[in-house]
Write a protein that binds this ligand. Structure first.
Ligand code: GLN
Ligand code: ZN
Length: 789
């Protein structure tokens, strides 16, 4: 096969040139979160579908222009990867896989309008939306398609085709991006009513003709290359074993490449982001796809290849994902050039790319003028990463000399970063180096239980909440005004104290046993700590999509972490001064702080985790000294950072659990340590929950009707546990009867002396009306349950 250079329109049998620089995807939300606003006003009925379409078309046009200006100029260099909500939902809608319960929203030609699409994503009334879950090892959530034996696949959306046509009409031949068929089915779940043992992947052969039809339409619209994302192929932790995924990939890509490149299909780039292609590498190499994108940040240049695999790769363009798509650090261009050179030796052509789509990072550093200039020079957000791949592309075409200045500047920034003040703080390193196993060990569990019972004198089935109370409009306004300098710190703090008092009084009136202060003073459970710890910076506009219109603004963990001063003690002791009941001290754990920040890539994660662990350990000690008897350290993201490869799990669990224990093991036996976990599906981390050695674990359980308790029991867990009895994800108020039922279920598998009663998670997104009513029912159901003990 020969790779022709710059052929404008492919004729059958010739492969169009692949651009030397590209990215696998770009943020969709807009530099000013334009899409978020447009979606939310459409959902609220303030704007029409046509107005939403117009905002989206504008955003796509701006993105195309921006990417061109930043150097993605080759044919097919610009990805067409827009989504109104989620790329997996888009794939489902495209192939007609809309669950039966939404059938009334689907038009007779199979299409779904924006209102219908939104309903599938978000639900409506009793109509449950698609389930949402984490996308590989990122903080992005996708919607889980439901596939059953009766799912009738058909090409049911021409949105992507229209996006290609729109782009071509504007003078840019784009590379449309679709979730590939193997990943699509591997991430789907069996529809309700499917027989036992049914796997969506069983439907691969039925699905492929729809992809074939889609490819033909994309070619007709002018696409010369299409990108099929197959991250499932880099994992060994999905339901489907890697060998079965590899076999599915062989079958799928044999079908998709059966027709020659030309009128029937564009050339295919198979992208394998988020990890390394291992079991599936032979299948991919021997397939007929014209190009393969490898993640060279998480994986390495393939080596030790058989002759057959080598020959397969030698016929393809190899796209080197050398610029980290889901972290924010400026690339080491010199190292990237070397990796691309190694890749060039293996393929029929080579191109520079991001390792993953860039939608995991904010749009641009242009908005972050407030950041320290040094720190800023070590960073690259999406636009800066596009510029990086463009430089690398030029290096591939014209040689490294052509970009010597850029490579040198990147190396200089890295060198400066390595020695910058705060990046390596000797006192911090000495402290982590001196940590011993004893520092991660608390005393005997039984002794602790006795000391805590004596001190806390709680009734059976103690009631509590997870930490936050509703973040009211007044709280948000006060915080915004304080941030702008319009509200003096004294006045702001007085407002927060008033809020804390209100929350404490309310809990006393409701009759809860272990109180919280309500977290009114926290803008976010991670950023609050990031702002108070050394080693962090926060962005002004660094929003990234979490799901749909929801965005988060991760903090930047750039240096060695330490705690210049207590962070929560003032608020906690104020709250405790208002009540005779115990008030929980509330901290975010090391793993969650890391999961929801952009973490430095120049030291081992274990080192970062231990630095955080020690900072939190000091905070726990200060809370204890201030008379706080219960400390909760939240780790809702424990599951999230679990590696996509089993072989890495033991190491991950060792450092993550180790850092939690470092944070908490300094507590006296009479101090009760709680932890909180949510986002259900604990799977592989279930054993680790016991290893955290917390006295009490509150855990999301309402929606799954206490399922997790069985899993915990099977894992030998016998500590205090508070399975959520109120699903706080919707405004619905659970009745006392419902809560009683859940409590009865829980008492079926948990010893009454260990059972706590609490909601699934914090209440910050709830309103006061439903919060009060629900907690009243929770307390009432608990009183009734106590009477039966
Ligand atoms: N303590 C936090 C809260 O109540 C926990 C939030 C979470 O688990 N995501 O808001
Ligand atoms: Zn939670």
């Amino acid at each position: 096969m020969t790779i022709s250079q710059g052929t404008p329109a492919p004729t059958a049998g010739t492969i169009p040139a692949f651009p030397t620089a590209t990215i696998l995807g770009y943020p969709r939300i807009g530099p000013r979160r334009e899409l978020k606003r447009a979606l939310e006003s459409f959902w609220a009925g303030r704007t029409t579908a046509a107005e939403l379409e117009a905002v989206a078309a504008d955003l796509r046009a701006t993105t195309r222009a921006r990417l061109g200006a930043l150097g993605l100029t080759g044919n097919s260099a610009v990805p067409a990867a827009f989504s109104f909500y989620d790329q997996v939902l888009d794939a489902a809608v495209t192939v007609g896989a809309v669950p039966e319960r939404f059938a009334h929203l689907v038009a007779s030609d199979g299409t779904l309008d924006l209102a219908g699409y939104s309903t599938v994503a978000r639900g409506a009334g009793a109509l449950a939306p698609l389930e949402m879950t984490k996308w590989f090892d990122t903080n992005y959530h996708y919607l889980v398609p439901e596939i059953g034996p009766a799912t009738a696949f058909r090409l049911a959306s021409d949105r992507l085709v229209a996006e290609v046509a729109e782009s071509v009409a504007s003078g840019v031949v784009p590379r449309p991006v679709v979730v590939g068929p193997v990943t699509f089915l591997a991430l789907s779940k069996a529809a309700d009513g499917a027989p036992d043992g049914y796997e969506p992947l069983d439907r691969l052969d039925d699905l492929l003709p729809v992809y074939v039809a889609l490819l033909e339409r994309l070619a007709a619209a002018g696409a010369q290359w299409v990108q099929l994302d197959e991250p499932a192929l880099v994992t060994d932790t999905l339901r489907t074993a890697p060998d079965a995924l590899a076999a599915a990939a062989s079958r799928a890509y044999a079908v998709l490449t059966a027709a020659p490149v030309g009128a029937q299909r564009p050339a295919i780039l198979l992208a394998a982001p988020y990890g390394e292609l291992r079991e599936s590498l032979p299948a991919v190499a021997l397939s007929g796809v014209e190009a393969v994108a490898l993640d060279l940040v998480e994986g390495s240049v393939p080596s030790g290849l058989t002759d057959e695999v080598r020959a397969g790769l030698a016929a393809k363009v190899l796209v080197g994902g050398v610029v980290d798509g889901h972290n924010v650090w400026r690339a080491d261009l010199a190292a990237a050039v070397e990796r691309l050179d190694a890749l060039r030796a293996l393929g029929a052509g080579v191109a520079a790319s991001s390792s993953t789509s860039l939608f995991h990072v904010p749009h641009t550093l242009d908005d972050e003028g407030h950041l320290d200039a040094g720190l800023r020079s070590w960073l690259a957000f999406a636009d800066e990463k596009v510029a990086e791949v463009a430089v690398l592309g030029r290096a591939l075409v014209s040689g490294t000399d052509a970009v010597a200045a850029e490579v040198e500047a990147a190396s200089a920034a890295l060198a400066a970063r390595a020695v910058a003040v705060g990046v390596r703080v000797d006192a911090v390193r000495e402290r982590t180096a001196a940590v011993t196993d004893a520092d991660r060990r608390r005393g005997d569990v039984a002794e602790r239980r006795e000391a805590q019972a004596e001190r806390l004198r709680l009734p059976a089935l103690p009631t509590t909440t997870i930490g936050s109370f509703p973040q009211t409009v007044e709280i948000r306004k006060a915080r915004a005004a304080h941030a702008k300098g319009e509200l003096a710190t004294d006045a702001y703090e007085a407002a927060m104290r008033a809020e804390i008092e209100r929350v404490v009084r309310l809990q006393e009136e409701l009759g809860l046993d272990v109180l919280v202060h309500g977290e009114a003073e926290r803008n976010d459970m991670v950023q609050y700590f990031a702002e108070l710890l050394d080693g962090f910076a926060v962005t002004e506009n660094g929003w990234v999509q979490s799901y749909g219109s929801r965005c988060t603004r991760p903090s930047l963990l750039w240096g060695d972490v330490s705690r210049p001063a207590p962070m929560t003690v003032g608020w906690a002791s104020y709250a405790q001064s208002l009540s005779d009941k115990p008030v929980k001290g509330m901290l975010t754990g090391p793993v969650t702080i890391m999961a929801w920040s952009f973490v430095r890539d120049d030291v081992a994660k274990q080192e970062v985790a231990d630095q955080l662990g020690l900072a939190l350990r000091d905070e726990v000690a200060d809370l204890e000294a201030a008379g706080i008897a219960v400390v909760q350290v939240d780790e809702p993201a424990l599951r999230e950072l679990l590696p996509l490869r089993r072989e890495a799990h033991a190491d991950y669990l060792a450092w993550s659990v180790g850092s939690f224990r470092l944070a908490t093991a300094g507590a006296a036996p009479s101090t009760q340590v709680h932890t909180h976990l949510c986002y259900s599906e604990f799977g592989e981390v279930i054993g680790a929950i016991d290893a955290l050695d917390a006295d009490v674990t509150s855990i999301e359980a309402a929606r799954s009707r206490m399922e997790v308790l069985g899993e915990l029991e099977a894992a030998g867990f016998s500590r205090g546990v508070g399975p959520g009895v109120w699903d706080i994800h919707s405004p619905r108020v659970p009745s006392a009867e419902e809560i009683s039922e859940l409590l009865a279920l829980a008492l079926g598998s948990v010893d009454p002396s260990l059972l706590w009663v609490n909601p699934d998670c914090g209440l910050k997104t709830r309103g006061y009306a439903e919060t009060e009513a629900s907690l009243r029912n929770l307390v009432e159901a608990t009183r009734e349950a106590r009477a039966t003990l």
